[in-house]
Each structure stands twice: as C-alpha cells, then as structure tokens.
Design a protein around this ligand. Structure first.
Ligand SMILES: *Cc1c(COP(=O)(O)O)cnc(C)c1O
Length: 395
C-alpha cells in the first residue's frame, strides 16, 4: 500500500476534504454496489435476498471486517442500529455485570449522546445509579472501588485528545469495574488493540473514518469470554437463539449475535461492506504515521501563517487522534468562508474549528493548500460577511 489512495475515492474536483472524521467521503465502487443491491438483490430476488444474497449474515460478516481494524477476533463484533443504541446496550450489560455497584464514570470530553444515553438508562432502571462526569485529565484518579462501569470515548471529538486505552482499562479492572470504550473517532483513525486492552466492550460508528456513508450502521464488540453470558437489554428477535422459531419467550443467541436487535439496514450495510474493502490494503501503523505527519505539518503551518488561532488539540502527537482543532472566536464564520472556498472542515461550539486528517485521501499538498486559504481568510477578514455569520442547522 502507498498512501494516499486518492483514486479509490470519488471526491469532488477542487475540494480539500478535512472532515472525514465526521463523514467519510464516497469510496469508488459503493454507488455500483448499492445499485446492484437495489436492482439485482432487492428488485430481482425479492424476499429470497435474505438467503440468496446473504443479507441475514451481513451484520456479522461486516462486523468481522471492522474487527480486523480494532484488533478484535472473528465473531466478536456485530453491526446494527446507531452508536447511541450500542452505547445503551453496552452500558446496560455492564451494569448488570456489577449488580452491587451503583456508579458509572465518564468524562466531559465525551460526545453528549453517550452521556445522554447513560442518564436515560439510569433514570429508566430506577436503581439509584449515579453518572459521574469528570474532566478528562481527572479520569485516572476518579477510578475508584465503587465503580460499576468506566465508559469513555478514546478520542475526544472536539480536541482529538486521546486516552491511554491500555492503562485506563487496567486501572478500571484493578478496582473491579467493567470497561466500555467508544471508538467513534478511533476506528480507522488510530491503531486499536481490543484484545490486548482486555476491555469488556467497545462500540463505534462507521460513517466517520470507515467511510460507510451517512446513516451507516454502528458496531459493538463484546469480549469473547463474556458474549455468552451477558443479558441483552434490547432483546430483539434477531438477537434470539432461533428467530424463525417465533417462540413467545426470548432466549439470547449464542455469542455476539445476541447484540443484534431487529432487521438490519441492508442497503446501508451493503454500502459499508463495499467501503470496508479498502481496509484490506491498509496497514494501520503506516496510516498512523501518515496521519501524524499531516497533522504536524498542519499545526506548524497554521501557527506560522494564522496568528489569532490557538491550538485546542494536544501538541504531543502521541496523545492526539487523527484530528487537529484550533480555537478562534469567529470560528463558525471562518469555517463557512473556508467551506465556500472548497476547504471542508467543521465547527464545534463554542469556538472550535476542527480539521480531520485522513491519510487515505490527503497529502501534504492538500495540507499546505488548506492553510494558504485559511491564512487568506483570516488576514483579509473574509469571514466577516453576513452569509458566513448566520448559523445553519448542522454545523
Ligand atoms: C459520532 C459520535 C456519536 C454519534 O452517535 P449516533 O447514534 O451514530 O448518532 C456518538 N458518540 C460519539 C463518541 C461520537 O463521536
């Protein structure tokens, strides 16, 4: 493999795409694959597609592909639903594993939906659980003997700050807590070793660095030694031992299959399955090196050419994921001005300009080109225009 692999993506002409951390671009072959799934499979095979085209096995088949990227063995990852739901499934299973403990630890760098889902689950259980949310830097010290679960997102969606997965998992286990990792900004961005970490659960989405497309299904990993004993909170029929026996009583399927819920989104799953083929050719170590090289170049160039922007990401690449963020008071407007000029990043309130570095389709020339445009926008105050200052619904 040589990076980048630009010819494997359908990127619009003249665009420098620095938002693959939020929505990956369209890989070549996906449009054709969806076309075939629609016309040949759905259109031609009708309901026979569930068997003839392997739709029913697809969530596990694609799960194995995701597993390879996160260091998880075959049969330990399954696809489905959205990440929010997978957080709920993992947390409810984790709480059931520690019935005598009532505290969950997370941090305020977590993506809000993870915290909302935890609050909702706790409220709904009504067992007096408590969600403790501390600063990311305080997580290690806050891991105490009363915790049932430690639930963290490895890479901070705003700043790219990265937790030490092995060390935190080890500490969580030392106090007897269950460990859940959200890999939303890790899978396809940094090397992950689920087996080596020994964590009980991991969850993540596939529309970011894995390029599965908007609405692509999420994934959940359960450590193989636990998969037969955890009790699914979302006891759907496709997680049943024998869905087509149509029993009135729920019996969980063996292994990871019990984390399935209902009918999989076959068209989205087909897009993802095709998009995942690229990863067969990617060495994660090499990808990480390239990502750090691009990120470092970006930081250096912005700091020399764009006074007024403050680095919001860790300067040390070893504790940074594959994105770089800068604070700028007029960050929203500046990002709109950038996007209007073909450099696509995004904005996270209150003042974060966020740039993702995805070496599959970015090179140093892109980085230099993006910074040149950003510098011009700031120098000439090109952001100061009504069309850039008004907020849109999705930032
Ligand atoms: C992107 C992201 C989500 C999104 O959840 P969905 O249910 O897929 O909308 C959740 N958690 C984290 C940490 C994320 O980065």
């Amino acid at each position: 493999m040589t990076l980048p692999m630009k010819d494997r993506f359908d990127l619009p002409e003249g665009v420098i795409y620095l938002d693959g951390n939020s929505l990956g671009p369209l890989p070549k072959g996906v449009a054709e694959r969806i076309g075939r799934a629609v016309t040949e499979e759905w259109g031609g095979q009708l309901i026979k597609g569930w068997n003839a085209s392997g739709w029913m096995a697809q969530p596990s088949r694609v799960g194995d592909r995701v597993g390879r990227i996160i260091g998880a063995p075959e049969g330990s990852v399954v696809m489905g639903d959205t990440l929010s739901l997978k957080v709920y499934q993992a947390l409810s299973a984790g709480l059931q594993m520690r019935p005598n403990r009532k505290a969950v630890l997370s941090d305020n760098g977590n993506f809000p939906t993870d915290l909302y889902m935890a609050e909702g689950l706790i409220r709904h259980l009504g067992h007096g659980h408590e969600l403790r949310v501390v600063d990311p830097e305080q997580v290690v010290d806050a891991i105490t003997e009363d915790l049932a679960v430690v639930m963290l997102t490895q890479v901070d969606y705003r700043t790219g700050r990265m937790h030490d997965m092995a060390a935190i998992t080890e500490k969580a286990h030392a106090v007897g807590a269950v460990m859940i990792w959200d890999l939303a900004h890790s899978a396809g961005a940094v090397p992950v070793d689920m087996t080596g970490s020994n964590a009980e659960f991991a969850v993540g989405c596939t529309y970011k660095y894995l390029n599965g497309g908007p609405g692509a299904p999420a994934f959940i990993y359960v450590r193989p030694d636990l998969a037969d004993s955890i009790s699914p909170a979302l006891a759907g029929w496709l997680g049943h031992e024998a869905p087509f026996a149509f029993d009135l009583d729920y019996r969980p399927a063996p292994g990871i299959e019990r984390m399935r819920v209902g009918t999989p989104p076959v068209l989205q799953m087909s897009a993802l399955e095709e998009a995942m083929k690229i990863w067969d050719e990617v060495d994660m170590g090499e990808l990480r090196e390239a990502s750090l090289r691009l990120s470092e170049l970006f930081i250096a160039e912005v700091e020399t050419q764009c006074p007024g922007l403050d680095l919001a990401s860790p300067r040390d690449g070893a504790v940074r994921g594959s994105q770089v963020s800068f604070r700028f008071e007029q960050g929203y407007a500046a990002m709109q001005a950038l996007i209007a000029r073909g450099v696509i990043g995004d904005f996270r309130a209150p003042d974060i300009m966020r740039f993702g570095f995805t070496p599959l389709y970015l090179d140093e020339e892109d980085v230099r080109g993006a910074v040149a445009i950003l510098a011009e926008i700031l120098r000439d105050r090109l952001w100061d225009a009504p069309e850039y200052l008004e907020r849109q619904r999705v930032t």
